[in-house]
Design a protein around this ligand. Structure first.
Ligand code: SF4
Length: 124
């Protein structure tokens, strides 16, 4: 089903009102953008680009309580936000080595999460 949507471009103070036709996440036409930045904004909003996802996750039994991680490969654009939210709730266990896969097949995406830093295990 083709849907007409409207968005105000936030890329400059002109605030152009852009209308576009979308069908199943695919843009058909864009009107109202005074410059290419407006069209780019719409494409990025409707179909955000694939990208690596970075996050800080909780560490169990570690010398520190948080560790930096990254997706092992680019996450498809529409899933990036879900990845970021889910990683905020994730927990991994020390010891952790730099580059180690800490979560396999995250969210059944086929994408692993790897450590960007080493964390030693806490020993009393
Ligand atoms: S479309 Fe271009 S001119 Fe219009 S608000 Fe966006 S950046 Fe500014």
């Amino acid at each position: 089903m083709v849907v007409q949507r409207f968005k105000t471009c936030p890329r400059c103070s002109n605030g152009c009102m852009i209308s576009y036709l979308e069908e199943a996440g695919r843009i058909i036409t864009i009107k109202g953008a005074t410059c290419p930045k407006g069209e780019k904004f719409i494409y990025e909003t409707v179909a955000p680009p694939d990208s690596l996802v970075d996050a800080d996750v909780y560490v169990k039994n570690g010398m520190v309580s948080m560790a930096k991680v990254r997706s092992a490969k680019p996450v498809p654009g529409p899933m990036v936000e879900q990845f970021e939210k889910a990683l905020k709730k994730a927990e991994i266990e020390a010891p952790i080595e730099f580059g180690q896969v800490v979560i396999e097949n995250f969210m059944d995406s086929g994408i692993d999460i790897v450590a960007r830093a080493s964390v030693k295990k806490y020993v009393q």
